[in-house]
Design a protein around this ligand. Sequence first.
Ligand SMILES: [Ca+2]
Length: 297
Amino acid sequence: MRRASTIGGLVIAIVLAAVAAWLSLGRPPPGWVVRHGLPPAGGPTGRAVEIEGVRFVEIGRGFFRMGSEYGWDRGDLLGRLSALAGLSWGRRADPPTDEMPVRWVEIREAYWLAETEVTNAQYERFDPKHERDWPGDDDPVTDLDWDEARAYCDWLTTRGTLRVRLPSEAEWEYACRAGSRTEYCFGDDEARLPEYGWFEANSERRAHAVKTRRANAWGLFDLHGNVWEWCEDWYGPYAEAPRDGRARTAPGASPGRVSRGGDWRRPAVFCRSASRFRGDPGIRGRSLGFRPAASGH
Ligand SMILES: [Ca+2]
């Protein structure tokens, strides 16, 4: 009898600790809102600009929780609850990944982000000789390394009034999440991913025209899947990454660069909002494209 009540007390304690931890995780660090006067997630400002056929939407400053609490495997409910209470019961997220730990990141400046991946037709205004991997004008352009993607951004800068560049990893995830804290922009249930993205289960082993799946809550397309998207960051653990929305650039550290979002040939888990991929800046491929960001105005 005494044993049963002890176990009951332990379970109640764990549940209470888990609820307290969950509530504290859901809030910004003390003082952030007051100090920065920021909305939790700024979202689109309603302004848009088009440069050489690429439509950019402006995204307001704000802050968000970057990364994943569970990584590649969410574990089971007991594992998640006991982890919050500092115990190791049940099946936990395992192994820890480079998406951890979750941390608050402030996007200090409003910025612009292309609403889709760059398409063949858009890229060919810059380089008409680039050979297409995918036939359609509106299919994403691929087979470009990190420097080539940046060269296109530099060219776009000369064609408008914004300074065009690759997005930082933080800007990318902030936009992908669009205010969500779940594994995908629409929630945790990967059964809904086919509505939002092209990936292994629905792509028929090819990339698809952009903007043919649903937009996220901020009006952005194909962040989950279709093609990976180069970011400006040099790959590294989050412990060394900026928390102000800037890209991590650390010459001499990892030779890898970050790309985000998964692609047409990968399972859903690669397409989660927090999923990161490390690639040498010289790699190219039929599943790797990009989406420019911009500063200015
Ligand atoms: Ca994508």
